[in-house]
Design a protein around this ligand. Structure first.
Ligand code: 0RQ
Length: 494
């Protein structure tokens, strides 16, 4: 049926599970049609708002279109859309920011209420009714299993040669009947190639021929290249002293230009036969597969630039043998991440002098994107690395602050912090030792004295009889830098 007809099957108050993960495999026709229905309802004086659950971020046709018409009551688990972000920060839309590995199980546990409708993009439907997944898997298995009604978008833009690249695990029982997830290597295949759906639940099939959102990467800037250089030097050091094998351990790299710069650096080096067990596969990993630096990559989604996508399509047979896409509950599963011993590299907004990391909230209040998979990896990785430029907004903001204005990754989950200034290896260090190293190695010189002054006064206040010398703070002042930025547009006076 048409997208308009299919969208008419979604009603006010529904929880809708949509496919989609970082611009890949999201439904492209039904959400814009739904936005038109919502707009018409609004104009007629009716309220029409739904809950939108996805794999992760999507695209303007989904998040953007629905947020624009005020059609989203509640969004989870991750977004990066400017319209969505503005609505959330204006208090016009609820947003529940969840670890990506938690989403499927929360829905199975019933924690999020009933899933009314699934809208899932696929590459094809087989004669036996099983579905050929598209360029991401995300939470599609769970949406198809648990929704009352299923709308399928069959997108002929996805090559049918994607068939066989996916590995969908159907063994996730509920507690107390869970069993080990048998991924022993990034290339382990433990599931099926196709998604199942009960045909009786399929209320609509909509055909489309529309591309994924392929966002071009800007070339890495000076800061990213320097961060990449510090990480590469650190990995070399860890190999030299025997804490990492010469072919490293499976890599996870977050989204963004800095992580692509790290991958490009690894690719230029002497590494061979590395592996990746990651969430999103970006251009950098394609290039590493092509050159032989990387032997195999496991992910839940492709997230390619226009050029990266062309390369992928032109050499699909090559990549199909070297990439597997899994549901996000498996790509991000703590058990598997711990077992494989992942090297995890993610971006952050700020870190405090003790190594608590804020990945999500500007000035502690305004959401940027969400925690995504960074927490799934950081807590369970063999090595957990966070990176950022040392300043933001032309130097008006220090990304190393006295106290993080929001904490996503506690000091207990953060082992290494890197800025273009240097790398702080915090493993085995107590809070006061961490603060010294972080200020020396990572803070921008323009902020070092002020940070040192803060720590020294916090320690003096502790020594003056107040105690609190384990993690010294001046509570009245701890967030003063953020407040000053809000008031004056700069973190430091003057
Ligand atoms: O703002 O866009 O207005 O210019 O934040 O900053 O430097 O471009 O950094 O693209 O690497 O993103 C944490 C957001 C970093 C990302 C975050 C402002 C800065 C700019 C972006 P503008 P950069 P990146 C698995 C991994 C969470 C999810 C995750 C992220 C904008 O890495 O979303 O890790 N991570 N997923 O100006 C105020 C500061 C700031 C600041 C930067 N201290 N204060 N603004 N900015 N630092 C993959 C998935 O889960 C999908």
């Amino acid at each position: 049926m048409s997208a308009e007809q299919a969208a008419a099957l979604i009603h006010h108050g529904d929880h809708v599970g949509m496919s989609g993960f970082t611009g890949s495999g999201y439904p492209k026709a039904v959400p814009p049609a739904l936005a038109r229905h919502i707009e018409a309802a609004n104009q007629g004086g009716q309220t029409f708002r739904i809950g939108v659950w996805t794999g992760a971020s999507t695209a303007p046709e989904l998040d953007g279109a629905l947020a624009k018409v005020g059609g989203i009551e509640m969004r989870l688990p991750y977004q990066s859309d400017p319209t969505c972000r503005a609505r959330i920060n204006a208090g016009e839309m609820e947003y529940v920011d969840i670890h990506l590995s938690h989403v499927a199980q929360f829905v199975w546990f019933g924690f999020l209420g009933k899933l009314n409708v699934a809208v899932v993009e696929v590459a094809g439907i087989r004669e036996d009714g099983r579905l050929i997944p598209a360029s991401s898997l995300g939470n599609n298995k769970t949406w198809l299993d648990l929704a009352d009604k299923v709308i399928l978008e069959v997108n002929s833009q996805h090559p049918l040669e994607l068939e066989g690249m996916h590995d969908i695990y159907y063994g996730t029982a509920l507690p107390p009947n869970r069993r080990p997830i048998p991924v022993l290597h990034p290339s382990s295949r433990i599931g099926e190639r196709y998604l199942h759906v009960d045909p009786d639940k399929v209320v609509a099939v909509v055909e489309t021929h529309l591309p994924d959102r392929h966002t071009a990467f800007t070339p890495p800037d000076e800061a990213s290249n320097r961060i990449a250089g510090h990480i590469l030097e650190f990995l070399e050091h860890e190999i030299r002293i025997g804490r990492l094998p010469p072919s490293l351990l499976p890599l996870q790299s977050g989204v963004g230009n800095t992580t692509n710069a790290v991958l490009a650096g690894l690719d230029r080096g002497k590494y061979r036969n590395l592996t990746a067990y990651t969430e999103v596969l970006q251009d950098g990993m394609l290039e590493m597969l092509r050159s032989g630096t990387l032997a195999f990559a496991s992910a839940t989604a492709l997230s390619l630039s226009p050029g990266g996508y062309r390369e992928f399509i032109e050499h699909l047979d090559f990549y199909r043998q070297r990439i597997v896409l899994r549901p996000q509950e498996i790509s991000n599963h703590p058990e598997v991440i711990r077992r494989l011993g992942i090297i995890s590299m993610n971006g952050m907004i700020e870190a405090d002098i003790y190594g608590n990391v804020n990945s999500t909230h500007v000035m502690g209040t305004r959401i940027m994107n969400g925690i995504g998979g960074s927490g799934d990896f950081a807590r369970n990785a063999y090595l957990s690395i966070f990176m950022t430029a040392s300043t933001a907004k032309d130097g008006a903001i220090s990304c190393i602050v006295p106290m993080a204005s929001h904490v996503d990754h506690t000091e207990h989950d953060v082992q290494v912090i890197v800025t273009e200034q240097g790398l702080a290896d915090l493993r085995g260090l107590a809070p006061r030792q961490r603060s010294k190293l972080l200020i020396e190695r990572c803070a921008h010189p323009a902020y070092r004295d002020a940070l040192t002054d803060y720590v020294e006064r916090a320690q003096a206040s502790g020594r003056a009889g107040r105690g609190g010398l384990h993690t010294p703070h001046l509570l009245q002042e701890a967030l003063a830098w953020h407040q000053r930025y809000e008031d004056t547009g700069r973190m430091l006076p003057g």
